[in-house]
Write a protein that binds this ligand. Structure first.
Ligand SMILES: [Ca+2]
Ligand SMILES: [Ca+2]
Length: 497
């Protein structure tokens, strides 16, 4: 009974916090994905390595957080801790569990309204993949005419940039000699990829995160777009509502071109990461320019693909943790509320909600989630050298109502009450560059998202404001609307209609 009362109290607080009584807050329409490095998330068999059953064990947690999808970093058999070198595209790495575990995860995720997308790494395989092992032995015995697998890769007689020697030949391996690049021009390779995507779609995945999309054909964007178009048709033919998000880690103009492929989303690297527009805008207190860049970006995406969807994020497994970007807690919270209240599919990187830290070596960016209890605890990747990984554990963060965790939870609850996914953005100028004001329109409603990136409270008038729907403030000072005049404290956010 006590527990029940406590829960009701929590719910009342949450609803009150959102200033929207009688609204059931659910993740059912959430368009926010949560990126998980399975190895560092939650361990269920006490070997210190997170596993698929661990992800399943935390579906309640993720549903409560308000996410609607999970991106699982590579889960297929591999030789490395990160598993971006795949040895077998149709199985689960034994460190993470079994195909049975995967099926259970997908089934249970559905009951939590959570979709699963998995990392699809087809620029290269592992050098231990049977295709490459076969090719390798035929290259070494100069009998490539007796196998089809030499043509799965790029063997050359001359050294090229990104190639490594093997016998008297070279093979393309742009990332690492243990990651040979596939020959994506070979119809047999494309046929294999088709079988792989079919295999996972049949297991119930919503779609795929496409690793290294700018490297498919090194330095050839035109061919990359052609390959992505092909992959998009292959997937959508099998599952019309599949979701595909590409990693095209390059400048924004090129990313816009990639949208021609029909791939739903590409990660917005210009916006996120340590050098991205959100961080720059907060440092310069320039919300007006940020709003303009959001509007412009969306227009350019839609010009290339009318169904294109942005995929904003702050950080991921290849970048310094976003908590490292700022000196003040208020700025971190503001960054979260800026990107989590944008159109599209925002991606939270696991641990972001507890202020997990890490920069420098890749291992440091992929540290164990800190649940604050022994149960489920994972070992950090070996080789990491980051001293103090987190401000707090989840347990501590949940107890502290001022924690980043609570800010993110609140932002997610706000987001999930509106159709942010399909909102069209117009940047509005209020004559103060600290203010980021975006008009958002979807088929059902028009609303306004306002952030104050400045250090002072700002008061301004905007004729279309009627009512504050939701607000967030890092201080005890609240935003107010009198008539059409809004007063918004430093680093606060407001959603108005
Ligand atoms: Ca384990
Ligand atoms: Ca390649």
């Amino acid at each position: 009974m006590m527990k029940r009362l406590f829960c009701l109290l929590c719910l009342a607080l949450i609803l009150n916090g959102c200033k929207n009584d009688n609204v059931e807050i659910s993740n059912e329409n959430s368009s926010v994905y949560y990126e998980i490095f399975v190895r560092s998330f939650y361990d269920t068999n006490d070997d210190g390595l997170g596993d698929l059953n661990g992800v399943r064990a935390k579906l309640d947690y993720l549903e409560e957080l308000g996410v609607g999808g999970i991106w699982l970093m590579p889960i297929m058999p591999s030789t490395t801790y990160h598993k971006y070198d795949v040895k077998d595209y149709m199985d689960i790495d034994s460190e993470y569990g079994t195909l049975e575990d995967f099926k259970n995860l997908v089934t249970e995720a559905k009951t939590h309204h959570i979709d699963i997308i998995i990392d699809l790494v087809v620029n290269h395989t592992s050098a231990q993949h049977p295709w490459f092992l076969d090719a390798r032995s035929h290259v070494l015995s100069d009998t490539c005419d007796q196998t089809k697998y030499c043509d799965y890769y790029h063997f050359t007689s001359e050294r090229t940039s990104g190639s490594v020697p093997l016998g008297n030949k070279y093979y393309e391996a742009v990332f690492w000699d243990q990651m040979p690049d596939l020959n994506l021009d070979n119809p047999e390779v494309r046929n294999e990829i088709e079988k792989i995507v079919e295999f996972w779609l049949n297991l119930g995945v919503k779609g795929f995160r496409l690793d290294a999309a700018t490297h498919y054909y090194e330095g050839n964007n035109e061919k990359n777009i052609e390959f992505l178009s092909w992959l998009n048709s292959v997937v959508k033919e099998k599952k019309a509502d599949a979701y595909l998000v590409g990693e095209a880690w390059t400048n924004q103009q090129i990313v816009h071109d990639y949208y021609q492929s029909g791939i739903d989303s590409f990660f917005n690297f210009s916006l996120g990461t340590e050098n991205g527009n959100i961080i720059k805008a907060i440092r310069k207190a320039d919300g007006a320019s940020l709003a303009l860049s959001i509007e412009k970006n969306q227009k350019e995406i839609l010009a290339m693909n009318e169904k294109g969807i942005d995929a904003p994020f702050l950080s991921n497994h290849d970048n310094a943790r976003s908590f490292n970007y700022f000196s003040s807690d208020e700025q971190v919270k503001l960054a979260e509320s800026i990107y989590l209240l944008l159109p599209g599919h925002p991606f939270i990187y696991y641990g972001e909600e507890i202020g997990l830290k890490g920069s420098g070596k890749d291992e440091n960016k992929r540290l164990a989630f800190l649940w604050g209890e022994d149960e489920g605890k994972c070992l950090n990747p070996s080789g990491m050298d980051y001293a103090s990984p987190s401000l707090y554990t989840l347990k501590e963060a949940q107890k502290d109502s001022n924690s980043l965790y609570h800010t993110i939870l609140e932002v997610m609850q706000i987001r999930n009450q509106h159709d942010f996914l399909h909102a069209r953005v117009t940047a509005l100028d209020v004559g103060n560059s600290n203010i980021m004001l975006m008009k958002m329109e979807n088929d059902e409603e028009t609303f306004y998202v306002i952030h104050n990136l400045g250090k002072e409270t700002i008061t301004f008038e905007y004729e279309e404001f009627n009512e504050i729907l939701h607000q967030l403030s890092p201080s005890s000072q609240k935003s107010t609307l009198k008539g059409q005049t809004l007063t918004i404290p430093s680093y606060a956010s407001v959603v108005c209609k």
